[in-house]
Design a protein around this ligand. Structure first.
Ligand code: SF4
Ligand code: SF4
Length: 407
């Protein structure tokens, strides 16, 4: 899905003049922003852990090395598979201090699935596992994993789980407390809590535009950006900028890279990576855009951001979409997990979307067959529905997958 833009730009960037010295004395053109009031300076673009799930240890090392050498100094690590955590730890060995780690608390990998938890013992086991596999005794940002509803937010107040998070900070195992959310109302409550220092929030042109009115199609000043966005989102952005709450962006490219392809874009038009990043960074509260990067080619394409011209960054040229759609589009984020029947929902949706879009190929059928559980295993229990931030009718999609793939 991802397009390759200017393949050798990352190589050129390493030779550029007038660069900033970063990490181990490398010269890059990466720009940095304050992470709220934490005292940390983070690269404008940073890396998520999802892409590492597809890589072995050698490829993980290669990707991490290029990211670090290019000046990226921030990584988000949620409950990716234990093997992936180990590979990231391997890739960071010897360079741990060059990378600021945003690691999630309250999410574990259990029985082959991602599980959101507020059970202290489970959260503790998950966090200790993270430190061990990363070969470190602390992370910079301890991110309370996805808190999307008011009920979830209220449930963690004065809870043993929150006590555990505070204890981690007191012990220095996390330097700052963060929280991730797709819900602007909850994110705003977190920002105003007085103890959340960093918030990971889903932001891109589609989410701003389709979650509460039309965005005027000008870039730059917040006055313009704010004019058509859901007022709660605006209040959240303003509050974070004014009170120096760090905001890190997830789903910069629409989730699963949807915005980069007109066939999948929620806005019906394709954006480039530069336009998506420029849109997010035009918002003064944003510290870094966390990018899903699957391989070296995608990393090189994303690093073109450092040398993109103003014309390349100009998202105003994309223009108006005609048929906006947001509800029902899976972003393959895995937040609906675990499935009571063990179905890898995100993967099933991804294969189904591809088959619907491009036609069912033997390769897609083979990948689907190789999954441990399939659409036909869905019992319509509905347990996953409340965990999906994007309103996907998951049981219906599982039915559609069974029809498409035959089981
Ligand atoms: S509705 Fe289907 S996909 Fe969702 S948790 Fe239940 S069995 Fe799994
Ligand atoms: S169904 Fe929803 S929660 Fe699950 S992967 Fe898709 S977008 Fe994410």
């Amino acid at each position: 899905m991802r397009k390759i833009y200017i393949l050798f730009s990352a190589v050129l960037c390493l030779m550029a003049v007038g660069c900033r010295q970063q990490g181990g004395g490398k010269a890059t053109d990466m720009k940095y922003r304050p992470l709220g009031d934490t005292g940390l300076e983070v690269s404008e673009i940073s890396i998520g852990c999802g892409g590492f799930e597809k890589l072995d240890s050698a490829a993980s090392l290669e990707l991490m090395t290029m990211a670090l050498d290019s000046g990226m100094n921030y990584i988000d690590i949620y409950d990716c598979t234990p093997k992936t955590r180990s590979n990231i730890g391997y890739a960071l060995q010897g360079r741990r201090k060059e990378m600021i780690i945003q690691g999630h608390i309250g999410t574990i990998y259990k029985d082959g699935q991602h599980v959101r938890t507020r059970d202290v013992e489970e959260a503790k086991a998950g966090f200790e596992d993270l430190l061990e596999r990363l070969h470190t005794d602390y992370i910079e940002v301890g991110m309370i994993h996805i808190t999307d509803s008011h009920e979830e937010w209220e449930a963690i107040q004065d809870s043993p789980f929150l006590d555990y998070v505070f204890q981690l900070k007191k012990e220095g195992k996390i330097k700052h407390i963060g929280l991730s959310s797709h819900n602007a109302e909850v994110a705003l409550r977190a920002a105003k809590s007085g103890w959340v220092e960093v918030i990971m929030f889903s932001l891109n042109p589609a989410f701003d535009r389709l979650r509460g009115g039309a965005v005027p199609w000008e870039k730059g000043a917040m006055d313009n950006l704010q004019a058509g966005i859901d007022p709660v989102r605006v209040e959240f952005y303003d509050y974070c900028a004014t009170h120096k709450i760090g905001v890190t962006v997830m789903k910069t490219f629409g989730g699963g890279g949807r915005l980069l392809d007109a066939k999948t874009s929620q806005l019906g038009v394709a954006y480039t990576p530069e336009q998506c990043i420029a849109y997010c960074l035009a918002n003064p509260c944003i510290s870094t855009c966390i990018l899903g990067i699957d391989n070296l080619d995608e990393l090189k394409a994303d690093l073109h951001w450092m040398h993109a011209t103003e014309a390349e960054k100009d998202y105003t040229q994309v223009g108006q979409h005609e048929k906006p759609s947001l509800g029902g589009d899976c972003t393959y984020c895995n937040h609906c997990s675990p499935c009571t029947a063990g179905i890898p929902i995100a993967k099933v949706n991804e294969l189904l979307d591809k088959a619907e879009r491009d036609g069912l190929t033997p390769e897609l059928q083979e990948q689907y067959n190789a999954l441990g559980k399939h659409g036909s295993d869905c019992t319509h229990c509905g347990a996953c529905l409340s965990r999906c931030p994007f309103g996907v009718d998951i049981p219906s999609r599982m039915d559609a997958a069974r029809t498409m793939f035959g089981h």
